[in-house]
Design a protein around this ligand. Structure first.
Ligand SMILES: Nc1ncnc2c1ncn2[C@@H]1O[C@H](COP(=O)(O)OP(=O)(O)OP(=O)(O)O)[C@@H](O)[C@H]1O
Length: 184
């Protein structure tokens, strides 16, 4: 349950969301209704709100922008959050999102779509109990989006995290989530 104020602007008033382990939920709503704000609150990145939020310790988050460390290769960005993975494990994480053989590249040498896929691979690599995805497949071509969506679905089938995703794409809403929660 949360209510967040930005000056006079109030978002998420009276909003409540419960997501069980193994459940996948899409949050939809008009631009500016508070979807990204909700994810930040759920992730524990924003504490200045009225209400409460509970989350498991192991979180994976994909922001609207990839947010990779620009001085580290794609593989090193993943290794940073998942030091328990072997080089082969990191290569497998990249291959799962269609980026086999690209791990040596710095973020500046990746397209936006590739960087977004590295961000998804990084979020899955931490083996999160909750996965928070902010429009994760936007700006991906159809094949990349399909591969990346499949990687998320495979992770969910195997590890059963609670998944909260911001998306307007019917392909996500049909295939990936069990429930759509509109924010007014
Ligand atoms: N740091 C901030 N300072 C002031 N206002 C903010 C701030 N962050 C968000 N807002 C406002 O809060 C509202 C919710 O923003 P948020 O980014 O959560 O919306 P959203 O539903 O994710 O939008 P979109 O679909 O366009 O990404 C918007 O009106 C936005 O202008």
């Amino acid at each position: 349950m949360a209510e967040k104020r930005f000056g006079q602007r109030v978002v998420l008033a009276g909003f409540r969301l419960d997501v069980a382990p193994g459940e996948a939920v899409a949050v939809t709503g008009p631009s500016g209704c508070g979807k990204s704000t909700l994810l930040r609150i759920l992730a524990g990145l924003d504490h200045a709100f009225t209400g409460w939020a509970e989350r498991p310790e192991r979180l994976g988050m994909v922001f609207q922008e990839p947010r990779l460390l620009p001085w580290m290769s794609a593989s090193a960005n993943i290794a940073l959050v998942a030091p328990f993975l072997s080089p082969a494990g990191i290569e497998a994480a990249l291959a799962a999102v269609g980026l086999a053989g690209e791990g040596h590249k710095l973020p500046g040498r990746l397209s936006l779509g590739m960087a977004r896929r590295v961000a998804v691979a990084r979020a899955l690599a931490v083996r999160p109990a909750a996965l928070l995805l902010d429009e994760p497949f936007v700006s991906l071509d159809e094949d990349s989006a399909r591969a990346t969506r499949a990687a998320v679905m495979a992770y969910c089938a195997e590890h059963r995290p609670a998944l909260v995703m911001v998306s307007h794409n019917p392909a996500d809403l049909d295939g990936l989530v069990q429930r759509v929660v509109p924010i007014p």
